[in-house]
Design a protein around this ligand. Sequence first.
Ligand SMILES: [Zn+2]
Length: 322
Amino acid sequence: MEALYEPQTLQEAILYFSIPENCLKYLVLGRPEWANGVTCPTCGSDRVGFLKNQLRWQCSNRHAKRQFSVKVGTIMEDSPIGLEKWLPATWMILNCKNGISSCEISRALGVTQKTAWFMLHRIRLAQQGKQGGKLGGENGVEIDETLIGGKSRNMHKARRARVITGTGGKDKTVVMGMLERGGDVRAMVVDTRTKKELQKNIREHVEAGAAIFTDELLSYDGLSADYKHAVINHAVEYVNENVHTNGMENFWSLLKRGLHGTYISVEPFHLFRYVDEQAFRFNNRKMTDAERFDIGVRQIVGKRLTYAELTGKSATDTETIN
Ligand SMILES: [Zn+2]
């Protein structure tokens, strides 16, 4: 099999993906279901012909949607934006430490800001949901929460009521995080900082018996039956070197740098998308840009997000958007 050339830098990616055949080659090789050749997404047949001039395939069987492009079945399926823009946009959001805003993508790639915003959300969606087993490890798991926000101006009504009356602090959104030291982080938006909610997430994501480190928040009381629970005691001068949540705090500062410096006005109901974006980069932090891009591109298949789903507006409300 022909070895695949992989661009190593943004500049190489822009050059390489400016040639449509290269985009095609890269994306076809990234799809395991096409490992033995491209097959028809509608009927599964492998009797498909390649239409060179259109860079599309056509199935030999007679049915609707006989022709399909490499975007079929991916987050890009309905988008008229070319791969020469989609792939560099993907490169940038997966590899820029503090994220990248729709304004920057708009200027860099020559698409409207709204189109860029929609593209970025689809790329973020593709990076969600890939989680291994529970966190644990020899070095234990740091658990912490932080408050983000808060502009409640455009929050959905029901959510606003919950957030404002919850223990999260007025119009702030609570994000909870769990970090296996030296390993992966899991971070999620939660409704409140109540014992019930936080402990449910801990039991769901952290192996029983693992060492866990938290602050003194009362919501963490009662975990020592199932975990080796060490609590940071800020009242004593003597500090146990091992008992801290510095790793989680490092993640929060990355998240906040992106939210305050790059994205600026994130509505609370979209916040989880930015939390997931930062977690994806963090969990793949030991890779090169090219490796992170490769993993990210392999995750674009089998996912879809419409503009109406994203904004909560019906299709007729929305302006023309790509
Ligand atoms: Zn077919």
